[in-house]
Ligand binder design. Structure first.
Ligand SMILES: [Zn+2]
Length: 344
């Protein structure tokens, strides 16, 4: 099977293994993950269980005014269309997406984009570092703990001793339950543009700012692509919901609501952590739904041409489309079913 076909098929089950970024959030990428089949399978299973936990969480939110989120989550990335660029003839797959923070499927698309941008930034740094900052565990309100962590980190970046070595960076929030004491373990992971920074000195700064939290880690990044992918996963999924109870996930949801989970400063300020919007969406024309094109690709010449252009990265001639099939399914077939039903 063609690797691109593999992506297409896997996206139907929600697993997106790509490591490069789409041009716009709704368009699928054309590069592919180097993951081994067993790794893909493992990540797919993990994604399914995280999505199931997200559905459970948003079901709870139905009691709140934003109940339409559950509907959007359930529909996420299930409806897809092949689109053709009117000027270049290129074909892409456009999927609807809910863009909800805890959607595992949207998270995968976000991983692709952030890996792409962060690895590009890291590639132009001299001996970049990976740093992690944590706080002592407490049983205080989770929202307050996160607020404290963010405030301490801002204060750290203002310290002259820190600024003299660190020129900029990108931070990512992560949270999980500590297996030792059952308390929330909040931490910030950062990729930083930094000169040599002894761990003891960094720990001393952090301890001074936080009044007693000394646990920090700093190390040289050996593989920028791998590091970028790792931090991108925190941005896509700051907490693995499938590891927690619903009650705990409710607490996380409210504590992180309207709060950023990643950001950039200094020399990383220009790094785009959100995919840019397509500035010319009108240039992309719908040439057929994913289900129709895939279903008919071996029997219908238009479906075959669309599918081949997508898989083989070739151009699609104008006026080739499967819209008539979609229109029939959308309108005529529905009318046919309605008539048949009324005659029963
Ligand atoms: Zn989604």
């Amino acid at each position: 099977m063609d690797s691109r076909e593999a992506d297409l098929g896997s996206s139907q089950t929600g697993f997106l293994g790509s490591e490069s970024a789409p041009l716009v959030h709704t368009l699928e990428t054309t590069r592919h993950s180097p993951l081994q089949p067993n790794q893909r399978s493992s990540r797919a299973k993990s994604q399914v269980s995280r999505q199931a936990s997200a559905v459970e969480l948003y079901k709870y939110l139905e009691y709140y005014p934003d109940s339409d989120k559950l509907t959007a989550l359930k529909r996420c990335r299930k409806i897809g269309y092949f689109v053709r660029h009117k000027e270049t003839g290129r074909v892409r797959l456009a999927l609807n997406n809910c863009k909800l923070r805890w959607c595992a499927l949207c998270g995968s698309a976000k991983v692709s984009w952030i890996t792409f941008t962060v690895s590009g930034w890291l590639a132009n740094r001299h001996r970049p570092k990976f740093a992690t900052f944590t706080l002592k565990h407490t049983d205080e309100d989770l929202g307050f703990q996160i607020q404290q962590l963010y405030r301490f980190f801002v204060n750290l970046r203002k310290l002259a001793g820190f600024r003299s070595k660190v020129r900029g960076g990108i931070w990512f929030f992560q949270i999980k339950l500590s297996v030792n004491d059952g308390l929330w373990h909040n931490h910030l992971h950062c990729v930083i543009d930094s000169s040599y920074f002894p761990q003891g000195e960094l720990s001393s700064f952090w301890s001074r700012i936080t009044e007693g939290s000394t646990v920090v880690d700093i190390r040289i990044i050996q593989d920028p692509d791998k590091a970028a992918n790792e931090v991108a996963r925190y941005a896509a999924c700051p907490c693995d919901l499938s590891k927690n109870s619903l009650e705990q996930n409710r607490e996380i949801y409210h504590a992180l609501h309207s709060r950023r989970i990643c950001g950039a400063w200094g020399t990383a300020k220009g790094v785009q952590l959100k995919p840019p919007k397509d500035e010319q969406p009108d240039l992309w024309e719908n040439v057929g739904s994913r289900s129709v094109v895939v279903e008919l690709r071996n029997s219908d010449p238009c479906a075959r041409a669309i599918y081949q252009a997508y898989v083989q990265h070739t151009y699609l001639e104008p006026d080739v489309n499967c819209r008539s099939f979609d229109n029939w399914l959308d309108d005529d077939f529905q009318n046919y079913l309605a008539e048949k039903e009324s005659s029963w």
